[in-house]
Design a protein around this ligand. Structure first.
Ligand SMILES: Nc1ncnc2c1ncn2[C@@H]1O[C@H](COP(=O)(O)OP(=O)(O)O)[C@@H](O)[C@H]1O
Ligand SMILES: [Mg+2]
Length: 492
């Protein structure tokens, strides 16, 4: 998607920036012009503040009883011949123009404001004062003024506009002024330099933004390994860093999802395999029994049926365990914590396994002190844990071996140890035995489990906030250890 050229951030910022520069330049120029003009005018006024006094002295002889119009006009003309840049007026005390050095028809107004004149006289012309210029309606100019007497009575003022040269425009003013020209040129050069530097910096900044956008959209279109190199520690750098963190998180989650997905596939593969084996054996035996119905001896028939029964038991156990584990993993069954006597539970469980142990020629023993305190846990779940651990211990322990269940109080917890003198677990397999469907390979594997027993144990203890540890030496034995909290009242 290409944006129209002038809609890009670069152009927007540049445009605003250039406009600001331009306005600044114009404002600065006008300010300079204005103040320069003022400066000249002020100088002009200071220099010629006595000018009106001098003219009044020339005129006074022609204003004794009445005004001698001819003589006054003559004096006006004479003065203007010597100094053509001035305009001379004789005004009455209200500011009405009586005489002017130019013809009265050229004037735009017939009177001038009196306040500036009074102010001028008050400060004796030492402060910059502007007054009406009768030749231009809106333009004020510097002037010189002095009271004018008719006989001994004040009749008005001599009012002299100190025009200096007339400038039609600011441009003309600049053109005729070297210093100003220099100033304006310097200003123009610095403005151009500022514009160039500004445009380059904006280009640099927006380039970083463009890089950001590029990286984000690359990430968006699937390149999860896309990261942005953090070059600066400003806001853009912060955005880059935040993006990188977000990308890391997303990637981690994606990896986790992928791992979970592959685990799920594996699970389905495992389950279907473990279901198929007993099923096909059942099918085979049932077919045989049906086909050879008349030929089979009672003993054979009994044997076949026993095999079929074993397979259904195995299937049943597998489905049961799967169901249990998936419920635990989905957190559908949460432990119902209650106080109970662990010693009683241990006795029950060992009693249940005693026949199997005897059959295998293995000694199954328990060890705990009398008056053992209560623990807080889900009794059904802990029953499951103990069963699974003892079942394993018996399955992997040969004749004349021993399986031991030990309870010891350690601080505010009970330590439970299930140890055997069986075949042990190779070091390389230890990290995996709690994984779902993990079963150590080789001739040691005697049980007909599916590799879910320890996964269930670990999950249950996790739900209780506890961990399980295993220690094992090959051909020497294995010990599983975990803890359960004492019932609150029992903590002393
Ligand atoms: N007490 C033990 N002694 C030796 N190996 C054991 C013991 N307990 C567990 N294992 C190993 O851990 C594996 C996983 O155990 P488990 O999850 O209960 O699955 P299963 O008992 O169905 O094989 C077993 O296959 C076995 O190799
Ligand atoms: Mg097992």
């Amino acid at each position: 998607m290409r944006k129209p050229l002038f809609k890009s951030l670069y152009w927007k910022i540049s445009f605003v920036f250039l406009m600001v520069l331009l306005l600044l330049g114009i404002a600065f120029n006008f300010l300079t012009l204005f103040s320069a003009e003022m400066y000249f005018q002020e100088g002009n006024q200071r220099l010629h503040r006595e000018f009106a006094k001098y003219i009044a002295a020339l005129l006074q002889p022609y204003a004794q009883d009445s005004l001698d119009q001819r003589e006054i006009t003559r004096v006006f003309h004479k003065v203007r011949e010597m100094n053509p840049s001035v305009e001379i007026y004789l005004v009455d005390t209200t500011g009405r123009i009586l005489f002017a050095s130019t013809s009265l028809e050229d004037l735009k107004v017939d009177h001038v404001a009196i306040e500036p004149i009074q102010k001028f006289l008050q400060v004796e012309g030492k402060k910059f004062t502007m007054g009406d210029d009768p030749r231009g309606v809106h333009k004020e100019k510097v002037f010189s003024a002095v009271p004018f007497l008719l006989g001994s009575r004040q009749m008005g003022y001599v009012y002299v506009i100190l025009g200096g040269e007339e400038y039609d425009s600011a441009l003309q003013f600049i053109q005729q002024n070297y210093i100003l020209q220099l100033g304006v040129r310097t200003l123009l050069i610095s403005l151009v330099a500022a514009a160039l530097i500004g445009l380059v910096s904006i280009a640099y900044l927006t380039k970083q933004l463009r890089n950001l956008t590029k990286a984000v959209s690359a990430f968006g279109s699937g390149n999860l390994s896309q990261r942005i190199p953090v070059q600066t520690h400003d806001e853009i750098g912060n955005v880059a860093q935040a993006f990188n963190q977000m990308a890391d998180t997303i990637q981690r989650h994606m990896d986790e999802l992928a791992a979970m997905d592959s685990m799920r596939r594996e699970l389905i593969a495992n389950v279907s395999h473990d279901l198929r084996t007993p099923l096909s054996s059942m099918q085979g035996y049932i077919e045989t029994v049906m086909m050879k119905n008349g030929v089979l001896s009672a003993h054979e028939r009994q044997q076949y049926l026993q095999t079929i029964l074993d397979s259904t038991l195995k299937l049943n156990k597998l489905v049961q365990e799967l169901f249990e584990l998936s419920k635990l993993e989905a957190k559908q069954t949460l432990p119902a914590i209650e106080p109970f006597s662990l010693t009683e539970l241990v006795q029950d469980v060992t009693q249940k396994f005693q026949p199997q142990a005897e059959k295998q020629g293995v000694v199954l023993k328990t060890s705990f002190e009398k008056d053992f305190p209560l623990v807080s846990a889900d009794i059904g779940m802990i029953d499951r844990v103990l069963q699974n651990l003892i079942e394993n211990a018996l399955n992997y322990t040969r004749k004349n071996g021993q399986v031991m269940l030990e309870l010891v109080q350690v601080n505010s917890k009970i330590q439970i140890k299930v140890s055997d003198t069986g075949c042990g677990i190779p070091l390389s397999e230890l990290p995996h035995i709690f994984d779902r469907f993990y079963r150590a390979r080789g001739p040691r594997t005697r049980s007909d489990g599916a590799g879910l027993g320890l996964a269930i144990v670990k999950k249950i203890l996790e739900l209780h906030g506890e961990a399980i540890h295993v220690e094992s030496r090959e051909n020497a034995g294995t010990t599983f250890t975990f803890h359960l909290p004492l019932h609150r009242r029992e903590v002393r």
